[in-house]
Write a protein that binds this ligand. Structure first.
Ligand SMILES: Cc1cc2nc3c(=O)[nH]c(=O)nc-3n(C[C@H](O)[C@H](O)[C@H](O)COP(=O)(O)OP(=O)(O)OC[C@H]3O[C@@H](n4cnc5c(N)ncnc54)[C@H](O)[C@@H]3O)c2cc1C
Length: 430
């Protein structure tokens, strides 16, 4: 089939890869001049297959109220006259029950484990250079109660195959000496040796190189303005440069995907959650972490990215509900930089940080949406939220199997647009 993939972020590029391997003639379209220029550009760099628990957790609603009053909090709501924002927030709050949290965590763990297999298979098949390393991840806690809560999630995940250890403060410091500045404030941490890091933007660029060699076409700087229908079936998209026709479309447009479906009466329950990152050069005399670190107190992730071009530290965090804009408020970036530097003062030259803002395409329940859109011929690979780099290789393969009429390796019902069996379905409304 001729398949048009809309979006060249991690979701679109991995979908293009899986579909090309199945023998389809694939074209990838993006309004940006390069692959991976959206949310996939300078994200937290974590392939965190075992840290998939959704943001919608019991107790988050109460915590969020406190955060609203704190200008330095990891989460900030810029309240707007925007029904999409309020509807998303209400749906999100409905997902914050213990039952939903546990069910979603287990579903995402399965997806994460499958994604690890897909990433490793991809790296066996293709020589991809994207600063990938299996360096393990350590999530550190300053509060003993929070550590105990995290240890309970470790026990839940262990029943589903995750191998993680709960460490005390001394064990955390022994494992990662770069944590020295937090000596005395740490309660302990959770270590997952099998977690990985990589540069998502480079991953997209490398996939483009591989795919071009396999005959996949790329059209950059072209925006899909609307979906073209014939007899109720999607047959292409309109662009400023004229129509593009295909036998099937895959929508992988990240946070902007909502706009192409809205005119057809389909509401994708996706809202942009803005986050920020800092990328810093690391010199030989710096003591940067070797492991990926998450500072659970400030909800900041730190990833060492090491390759032939040098060594960098990627720092990412913050969740701002502020609509579809990628501005970088000075105050938020200053807070992120100050909190990050306080945790790792000797890790890099903090005056040389390059900042970035991106939009996590988030669903209220934290699960991506994979499969039919409600319009025949138009498929979805969207809503990967805070875990797109981690999960896209899995969702891409599951979607390719669905398009080919083959049985996907996992049950895809939990990731359908109309989530089956849930009272608070994230259903489309026609
Ligand atoms: C601060 C931050 C840190 C993060 N850290 C991590 C992490 O450590 N690990 C992890 O797994 N995930 C992380 N994420 C999440 C991850 O980056 C996203 O889930 C992922 O990049 C989403 O990929 P995507 O392909 O769906 O969207 P995008 O990368 O945004 O790609 C969508 C593409 O579609 C194009 N597009 C949209 N509409 C149109 C149109 N009409 N016509 C043509 N093109 C269109 C856009 O230009 C864009 O290039 C982080 C996100 C942020 C913001």
């Amino acid at each position: 089939m001729r398949i048009l993939v809309i979006g060249a972020g991690v979701a679109g590029m991995t979908a293009a890869y899986s579909l090309t391997q199945s023998g389809h003639q694939v074209t990838v379209l993006d309004r940006e001049p390069l692959a991976g220029n959206g949310a996939s550009f300078a994200n937290g760099a974590q392939l965190s297959y075992s840290y998939v628990a959704p943001l919608a957790a019991p107790g988050v609603a109460r915590k969020a109220l406190g955060w609203m009053l704190d200008a330095e909090a990891p989460l900030r709501l810029e309240a707007r006259v925007d029904p999409a924002q309020w509807r998303w927030l209400l749906d999100f709050l409905r997902c914050c029950t213990a039952e939903r949290f546990e069910a979603t965590t287990v579903e995402l763990l399965g997806l994460g484990a499958y994604s690890r297999r897909m990433v490793h298979r991809l790296m066996q098949r293709e020589a991809l250079d994207f600063a990938w390393r299996m360096n393990g991840k350590l999530v550190v806690y300053r509060d003993a109660k929070e550590l105990a809560g995290a240890a309970a999630v470790v026990r839940l995940q262990a029943r589903h195959g995750s191998e993680q250890q709960v460490l005390d403060a001394g064990e955390c410091l022994a494992l990662e000496p770069a944590l020295e500045a937090l000596r005395g404030v740490l309660a302990g941490g959770i270590h997952t040796p099998s977690e990985e890091v990589g540069d998502a933007h480079r991953f997209c660029q490398e996939l483009q190189r591989v795919l071009e060699a396999q005959g996949t076409q790329f059209l950059f700087g072209r925006k899909a303005l609307r979906v073209l229908l014939s007899g109720g079936r999607a047959v292409g998209v309109e662009t400023m440069e004229g129509p593009l026709r295909a036998d099937a479309l895959v929508l992988a447009g990240g946070a902007a995907a909502v706009h192409l479906l809205r005119p057809h009466g389909i509401r994708l329950p996706i809202y942009p959650l803005r986050g920020y990152s800092l990328t810093l050069p690391v010199e030989p005399w710096h003591s940067a972490p070797r492991l990926s670190i998450t500072d659970a107190h400030h909800k900041i992730v730190f990833a060492p990215l090491q390759d032939r071009g040098g060594h960098q530290l990627r720092v990412a965090g913050m969740v701002d509900l502020a609509g579809e804009n990628t501005s970088q408020p000075t105050r938020r970036l200053a807070t992120l930089a100050r909190q990050a530097e306080a945790a790792f003062p000797a890790a890099a030259d903090w005056s040389r940080a390059k900042s970035w803002a991106g939009l996590r395409p988030a669903t209220p329940d934290g699960k991506p949406i994979i499969g039919p859109s409600g319009i025949p011929g138009l498929w979805l690979n969207v809503g990967h939220g805070a875990l797109g780099f981690t999960l896209a290789p899995a969702t891409a393969q599951l979607l390719a199997d669905m398009i080919d009429g083959e049985a996907p390796a996992l049950d895809v019902a939990p990731f359908a647009l109309q989530r089956a069996g849930t009272a608070q379905s994230v259903a489309a409304t026609a």
